[in-house]
Design a protein around this ligand. Structure first.
Ligand SMILES: N[C@@H](CCC(=O)N[C@@H](CS)C(=O)NCC(=O)O)C(=O)O
Length: 225
């Protein structure tokens, strides 16, 4: 029975599901779906019109968080959710912190403004857009990075002693920020930056980043530290 992830590969939510599947060791296919120019019948698959959706044979599951929990039950080994009650709650909280907090800020203000819209309109961002993105990073996003830096402490993983949904979810949208030319500065957020370096080198993340960088990653050259 085949697993198919539907959605644009550069979406942090789609990447999260693809990485999750790779960490589970589950082969899957990826079908590009642009939610802003969807194929006919897309609303029957995704009633809110959003990506990702997962096709598992004749079943469809929506929403990255729901999909990952479904996959955890369907393929329990290796587990990507902590067993301990409190650690489980912490992992879900960090997932929500990113999906409901970081992405709604960084998505439109960095990636959409500086990468996706310019690519679609073939018009480079103007100075006001660049300045607005920098301001969002410095004033709105930086406190979220401070929080992640504290949460990581000196540990390898955000929660518990092995990779979990929290690590995958946190690492995914920072790829988009990187494409937009933003990364947590090594001086101010050394632990977060080292964590991202480690995560992105994993066999689950690396091929996806390699696949999208030629298309979306031009601005990353601005990152100097
Ligand atoms: N909570 C959803 C969020 C998915 C989401 O917002 N996806 C965006 C792309 S990154 C989308 O489909 N946007 C199109 C729209 O909202 O119409 C999840 O985790 O899957």
């Amino acid at each position: 029975m085949s697993l198919v992830v539907l959605g644009g590969g550069v979406s942090p939510f789609v990447r999260k599901v693809r990485v999750f599947l790779a960490e589970k060791g589950q082969p899957s296919q990826h079908e590009q779906v642009n939610p802003f120019a969807p194929p006919a019948g897309w609303r029957e698959i995704s009633p809110l019109g959003r990506i990702p959706a997962l096709r598992d044979g004749d079943r469809v599951v929506n929403d990255s968080s729901v999909i990952c929990q479904y996959l955890e039950r369907r393929f329990p080994d290796p587990s990507l959710y902590p067993k301990d009650d409190y650690e489980f709650a912490r992992a879900l909280w960090l997932e929500e912190f990113i999906d409901g907090g970081f992405v709604p800020l960084a998505g439109p203000k960095l990636f959409l403004a500086l990468v996706l819209r310019p690519l679609m309109t073939q018009t480079p961002p103007d100075a006001a857009t660049e300045a607005a993105a920098q301001k969002a990073w410095d004033e709105e996003i930086a406190p979220l990075l401070d929080y992640l830096e504290r949460e990581l402490g000196d540990r390898e993983w955000l929660v518990g002693d092995r990779i979990s949904i929290a690590d995958i979810t946190v690492a995914s949208p920072f790829v988009n920020a990187h494409h937009a030319g933003f990364a947590p500065a090594r001086k101010r957020w050394p632990k977060l930056r080292a964590f991202l370096d480690r995560m992105w080198k994993r066999p689950s993340f690396a091929p996806l980043i390699a696949e999208e960088t030629p298309i979306f990653g031009k601005r990353a050259e601005r990152i100097t530290d």
